[in-house]
Design a protein around this ligand. Sequence first.
Ligand SMILES: [Cu+2]
Length: 182
Amino acid sequence: MPRMVQLRAMKFSWLAGSLVISAIALAMVGCGPASEKATVSAPPMTEIAASGTPEAPREVTIEVGDHMKFSVTRIEAKAGETIRLLLVNTGSAPKEAMGHNLVLLKAGADSTAYANAALKAKANDYIPAELSADVIAHTKLIGGKSRDAVVFTVPTEVGEYEYICTFPAHLQLGMKGVLVVQ
Ligand SMILES: [Cu+2]
């Protein structure tokens, strides 16, 4: 191989090695007659850019237990952001005796009317199907030592959005909070 061509091949190989660790071995081979292989093995730049991880949703954890309260009663959020809401029940009662859920309602939805409708939806874990248009997102009904997560997009409209537990009487006992969109 003419010396000029060999030098160019080495330079190319060095670039490949700096991109991918596995290419280092090939870069060494590149000093010899097999240099063509090393340049082919370098991944195109577009591939590297595409492999970057997308932004993960913001995690919000809310604890509940054998008392009728959410540990977090106010969540401040940016319009349109993605939230992964994790509901953790640290209590011990089974869900049939005293379960909890978290139902985030749309602006303008009547939380008391929703909770009243939920009373008749025991078979559906107190999520009334006929009022699904009132709901932004909800978790499952969970008993003690259980957890459930729900991922949702925060509304783009600035305002306050109520969230409640729809297990019988829990809203009346104060099991509610508010998502504040700014
Ligand atoms: Cu509850």
